[in-house]
Design a protein around this ligand. Sequence first.
Ligand code: MN3
Length: 204
Amino acid sequence: MKFELPKLSYEYSSLEPYIDAQTMEIHHSKHHQAYVNNLNAALDKHPELYDKGLDWLLENLEEIPLDIRVAVKNNGGGHLNHSMFWNVMSPAKASTPKSELSKAIDEKFVDFEAFKDEFAKAATTKFGSGWAFLAINKNKELEIISTSNQDNPISDGLVPILALDVWEHAYYLKFQNRRPDYISEWWNVVNWDYVSDLYLNAIK
Ligand code: MN3
């Protein structure tokens, strides 16, 4: 089955005033759609790979035929990253990490504020286009990492639970060159209930 653009569970305008509706619409309906289209175009050359599923494709890049490997890495990563990005956001309601995740954050980063500082630093200092993630490593510990392009931590054996897009297309219309402002506004729309559930799943 070909991959499809997932529907958002909220309106493009729902994340205002932190993330503007025009950015959301272009980001979802144009940028994300293009990753989906390009992923399908690549897999059309090896249609047996459709059955493997998106996670498998990105966890096993060395098994992808060479003629489409880079396309699958970039566009499959783009599809997976954006699908997570839409889900870790929701109309602002000032949520915070729930018990288990909250405990793990305090253990690893001292407290929630220190975690946010460190995550924002990783996102701010990512050179060029990329992502910041909170992920679970093989020892079931939290780790903040940043990746370039559309690379996803699952290709390195980690399980991401929070993703922040720091490509310019994610913020340029509203924030222009002010990536740090975009990041500090973004905290207002993080759906910590959802992220906390991903954490519980990942440490099972
Ligand atoms: Mn993007």
